[in-house]
Ligand binder design. Structure first.
Ligand code: THG
Length: 266
């Protein structure tokens, strides 16, 4: 089953930021109940946008979200100390978002992750920044997977994030991640993938059609999860339709159920 990581609880979104500032639990509860009902596999929680408040905002959000729904949490922070604090507060095995090859982050994350009952997002980022071609993305994914498998994280629980980059400034960036995902899937059978999509459409109009079309292309080469808005009916329809077309929906049952519930329309 495609892994839908619901992206909405992120303080970079103005409405969430305001709710967190006011400690408006009702707003958050209502939002995550809708995400869970719409089929989120995980609820991503990112409290990074209020500078100096990440730890206390993350603590508060985790309390509110976990009182409202039983959906597992995707803990989203670049700061290993925040992830470690947050890990102690989750009631179910979380997804850890994320580790990368950036030196300090890698060194702090590895001992923390060792022996933990978690899934992990492995960002193909290092101290030189974003990968510049598919070969670099592949090399970084292999290094991250070897490290994580070496500390006992099962391959099926490693979600490689190839780091999608804007097509507007470089027309090769769409193919770059498609090629990377396809190669990594062959090199590491059983590895998983996820990504945030919105970077692909940065700088272009009508971004959502670009995001969901690219999502289908990525699914075609093996993407099996994404950080998306589960309340966006059109992207959820694209996920279900693509999953069916790729042979992952026996008798088209999930597709047909979604049509019957008016979640998918031409
Ligand atoms: N990879 C990983 N984690 C990530 C990202 C990634 N976490 C953060 C981010 N990228 C994914 N999360 C979001 C959350 C909200 C929005 C986008 C990505 C968002 N986007 C529109 C905007 O920017 O204006 C608004 C959409 C809307 O609400 O209508 O809000 O790449 N591992």
């Amino acid at each position: 089953m495609f892994v839908v990581i619901g992206e909405r609880i992120n303080t970079s979104r103005p409405a969430v930021r305001e709710a967190v500032e006011k400690r408006d639990a009702e707003y958050i509860i209502d939002d995550v109940k809708k995400q869970a009902a719409a089929g989120a596999t995980y609820i991503d929680v990112n409290a990074g946008a209020r500078f100096g408040h990440e730890t206390e905002d993350m603590q508060w959000l985790l309390g509110v979200v976990q009182d409202a729904v039983d959906t597992p949490i995707c803990l989203d922070s670049p700061d290993p100390a925040v992830l470690e604090m947050a890990y102690a507060l989750v009631k179910q095995p979380p997804m850890i978002n994320s580790i990368s090859l950036e030196g300090e982050r890698y060194e702090a994350m590895m001992p923390f992750l060792e022996g933990k009952d978690v899934s992990v997002i492995a960002l193909c980022m290092d101290d030189t920044g974003l990968p510049q071609d598919a070969a670099a993305t592949v090399a970084r994914a292999l290094e991250l997977a070897a490290g994580l498998e070496g500390i006992g994280i099962a391959r099926e629980r490693i979600f490689v994030d190839p780091l999608i980059q804007p097509i507007a400034t470089d027309q090769t960036k769409g193919l770059m991640s498609l090629e990377a995902v396809s190669t990594i899937a062959k090199e590491l059978p059983g590895i998983r993938f996820t990504c945030g999509l919105s970077n692909i459409s940065y700088g272009l109009p009508q971004r959502k059609i670009i995001n969901r079309t690219y999502l289908s292309l990525l699914m075609g080469v093996g993407l099996d999860g994404a950080i998306i808005d589960p309340l966006d009916d059109k992207i959820m329809a694209a996920v279900k339709t693509t999953d069916m077309l790729l042979g992952n929906d026996e008798w088209c049952m999930t597709y047909l159920d979604a049509v019957r519930m008016k979640q998918i329309e031409s």
